[in-house]
Design a protein around this ligand. Structure first.
Ligand code: 26W
Length: 810
């Protein structure tokens, strides 16, 4: 792969500095240098991409189109250099030019075009699809502002705009000639012309979609895929006809309205709000994508009849669901196909992945909004819904409850998940338990009718990034023990590490690596925030979006219990523990923001208390993001995966921790179930109710107050949190939610109190294990050795084989 020498790279970089920025090496800033390097790698990838494109064209290969409103890419310079086999050469070239590669990597802003798990998953999958040489394209929006930057001020989250494009656009290639027009509003006029029904869209507002392509490299392959990010512009600089009528302001307003579509990523995670701008974003990106796919297909084959044989469209959660009626629109209106012909083509092409079972995350668009914004799409949706309703009534007879549950349009709303289930070839969940819940519960009726449609693909992560790149010392140990770097392309091969589970010298080295990584992370935190982490303490970490179902508050309950225990017995033995949190709260999610503030109040109290010195520490890490996770994972020892069973679809952070040798304390939820299957009871700290027990307890009538009264420790913890800590902020709003039902909600909806005792016991078991380093290190090694199934390469092979029906190479 390394086709470039140090001298060649040096020359290319200098060339970019001169031509693109008018700089010499001597007056280049790190920013210039970063951009120059990015442009050099971009050129290499563009060349590879053209070759890939030709091969795919000539081989008439089936292509995967991965549609997602989110791609949480993080940084790309180091990743691309790694994939292209140029990491060392680039570092040497930069050193020769007086720059440090590490500094430049660190200067790159994260491409934060996503919220959390779903967006990061899409990014990992792009890497694997490319590495496995699948012809694939990702599609999304080129948000000007990615996920907000989080600042903690007086313990509270504040949001700042994330203007990533200043540097980040070095990776993007605008393609004006591949722009598409997307139409909003207006009216539909039907007429008969020569015995043919003609559909005309009049009075619409057009928005131009302009591709800004990001090339995606794969590991040690020239195969290169593309992430196509659509930017929104007004079709004309300003509408000249408005100008000539003297309506200057109106013309400018139209332009602004178009451009607002690509302005900002919605920062909601697992919470739906029927905002019209969000619907515009969805249709904008879906329509541009479909038109672009169809245009290229027509150019190659001259017909659309073979469309499903050549394309599969993956719908990442329901956000791109409008791809279904949009494809119908093109086949019906532009191609003149009959309804049945069009429907066959569409349903043979689309597949849907569900990523959440939370009711509040389900997208249900008000029908008036769709009708006024997308009049033709609304007509098509009505037709799809009524035909489906007919079929359901035929199948389920008089059982109107079931027909109602499955309806696509109901009560003035369009239910996107039901539309996906109706139209898609395949519907999959993202872990074994989650896929079971979809079949047994969320989509039970559809499952009964079409059981073969429902599949599982357990999530996976890009193990090259999340192990080899971020934890080079561990990577070196794995290579040495397994005798090769096979595991990079064959993640199962990491299993071979297990031969060393009783090898004291290997276990000691594993421990030493963890210790060095902890120190490195502590150094970073000290530089960034001035906080001094206790590297002799267990690093106990919970990082993920802040959500009640993820139960950061349960973690807090346990820490407060430890704090009180320390105060009761200051002289008793106490294993030093450092609790690290990182989480963004959706800006409108008040309870989540209160929990962040609580963590900071608790941190201030604990960290200032002399009794806690060198024993108990609590730190909230500001602005958790991909690049921070990359530093944190290698330094983590205990991974908190403590969601209420049945609620976390999969989790993927859990996999990153495991691969880096952290042990999991967790519930049997999401992919923790498969993790437990791999590890057995003895290599994971499980606690709490199972998903079935949760359902039973809810049916019987869960009363959190009983736990409060029965458990003295818990009682005291809750009372203290309610009263608050030294900063004088009281948190009775939060504790009241645990004890009392209000506003139709139930008390302690996520059963924290039911799991509290079991959680504390699991923590005690983890500390016992920690007290015996050989035992802990052995468990850690076994976790790493058995993490191969959580590689995204495995997930992508599953998708390719079971859902996409495309070959994988290598
Ligand atoms: C419309 C509002 C909204 C926004 C985002 C609803 C739902 C979402 C996402 C589907 C939430 C999400 O990221 N889900 C996570 O997906 C991961 C990848 O499959 C899983 O590992 C996580 O368990 C799941 O919470």
């Amino acid at each position: 792969m390394a086709e470039y020498t140090k001298a060649q790279l040096t020359e290319l970089i200098i060339g970019k500095l001169n031509r693109n920025f008018g700089r010499t090496v001597d007056d280049a800033t790190p920013t210039h240098m970063f951009k120059a390097c990015a442009l050099v790698l971009r050129d290499i990838m563009s060349r590879h991409q053209m070759e890939t494109g030709n091969q795919v064209w000539e081989g008439q290969q089936r292509q995967v189109h991965y549609l997602s409103l989110e791609f949480l890419m993080g940084r790309s310079l180091e990743k691309n250099a790694y994939n292209l086999g140029l990491l060392d050469t680039l570092a040497e070239a930069l050193e020769g030019l007086g720059f440090s590669a590490a500094d430049l990597f660190e200067a790159e802003p994260d491409a934060g075009l996503g919220n959390g798990g779903l967006g990061r998953l899409a990014a990992c999958y792009l890497d694997s699809m490319t590495t496995l040489e699948i012809p694939a394209t990702g599609y999304s929006i080129c948000y000007e502002l990615g996920i907000f930057k989080q600042k903690i001020i007086n313990g509270k989250q504040e949001e700042l705009a994330d203007n990533w494009l200043g540097l980040g656009d070095a990776w993007l290639i605008p393609k004006m000639d591949e722009a598409e027009e997307v139409r909003f509003g207006g009216k539909i006029v039907h007429s008969w012309v020569n015995g043919q029904n003609k559909t005309e869209h009049v009075g619409y507002t057009a928005v131009l979609a302009i591709p800004r392509d990001m090339e995606i490299s794969g590991y040690q392959t020239k195969h290169t895929n593309t992430l196509r990010l659509w930017d929104a512009k007004s079709p004309l600089p300003v509408d000249m006809s408005l100008y000539s009528r003297g309506e200057y302001l109106k013309a400018v307003e139209q332009q602004a309205m178009a451009e607002v579509i690509a302005k900002v990523l919605y920062p909601d995670d697992n919470h739906y709000e029927g905002k019209s701008l969000r619907l515009k974003q969805q249709y904008f990106f879906v329509s541009a994508t479909v038109q672009s796919i169809v245009r290229k297909h027509r150019a190659q084959y001259g017909t659309l009849r073979n469309f499903p044989r050549k394309h599969v469209i993956q719908i990442n959660d329901t956000h791109p669901t409008l791809v279904i009626p949009e494809l119908m629109r093109i086949f019906l209106d532009d191609e003149g196909y009959s309804w049945d012909e069009a429907w066959h083509i569409v349903t043979d092409t689309v597949c849907y992945t569900n990523h959440t079972v939370l009711a509040e995350a389900l997208e249900r668009w008000p029908q008036d909004l769709i009708e006024s914004l997308l009049p033709r799409i609304w007509e098509i949706l009505k037709e799809i819904a009524s035909r489906y309703q007919h079929q359901l009534e035929g199948y389920f007879g008089g059982d109107m409850n079931r027909v109602a549950r499955m309806a696509i349009i109901w009560g003035g709303e369009v239910r996107m998940a039901n539309l996906c289930v109706c139209a898609c070839q395949a519907v999959n969940g993202v872990s074994a338990l989650h896929s079971d819940i979809l079949k047994r519960d969320v989509f039970q009726d559809a499952y009964q009718r079409e059981p073969d449609k429902f599949k599982n693909v357990t999530n996976g992560i890009d193990h090259r990034r999340w192990l080899s790149q971020v934890n080079p010392k561990l990577d070196a140990l794995v290579r040495e023990c397994t005798g090769s770097d096979d595991y990079l392309l064959h993640p199962d091969a990491i299993r071979d590490l297990e031969r060393f589970k009783d090898d004291k010298s290997v276990l000691d080295r594993l421990q030493a690596i963890k210790q060095e990584n902890k120190r490195a992370f502590a150094g970073y935190v000290a530089r960034e925030s001035g906080i001094i982490l206790n590297t002799d303490a267990v690093f106990d970490v919970q990082v993920k979006r802040l959500h009640e179902y993820k139960r950061q508050l349960l973690n807090v309950l346990h820490i407060v219990a430890l704090y009180q225990q320390l105060h009761d017995n200051p002289n008793a033995d106490f294993t030093p523990q450092t609790f690290l949190f990182g989480a963004k709260a959706a800006p409108g999610y008040h309870v989540a923001k209160q929990i962040i503030q609580l963590i900071n109040s608790l941190a201030a109290q604990v960290n200032a208390d002399p009794i806690c010195k060198d024993r108990l520490q609590v730190v909230f890490l500001e602005n958790y993001r991909v690049s921070l996770a990359e530093k944190l994972m290698p330094a983590s020892e205990l991974s908190e995966q403590i969601s209420t069973a049945g609620k976390e679809a999969s989790g993927t952070g859990n996999m990153k921790f495991m691969m880096n040798g952290a042990l999991t304390i967790g519930t049997l939820d999401g992919a923790n179930v498969e993790m437990h299957q791999q590890l057995g009871d003895e290599n994971i700290f499980l606690f709490g109710l199972t998903a079935d027990q949760v359902a039973d307890l809810r049916r019987q009538g869960y009363r959190s107050m009983d736990y409060y009264h029965r458990n003295q420790v818990l009682h005291r913890v809750i009372d203290q949190i309610s009263a608050g800590f030294g900063d004088g902020v009281a948190y009775s709003d939060l504790t009241n939610r645990l004890l009392y039902s209000a506003g139709g909600g139930i008390a302690d909806e996520y059963l924290l109190l039911a799991d509290f005792d079991s959680y504390c016991q699991a923590h005690r078991r983890s500390l016992e294990a920690y007290a015996d380093p050989d035992r802990w290190n052995r468990m850690s090694l076994i976790n790493i050795a058995r993490s191969g199934i959580f590689a995204a390469d495995r997930s992508i092979r599953d998708y390719a084989r079971d859902i996409w029906h495309v070959p994988t190479r290598r």
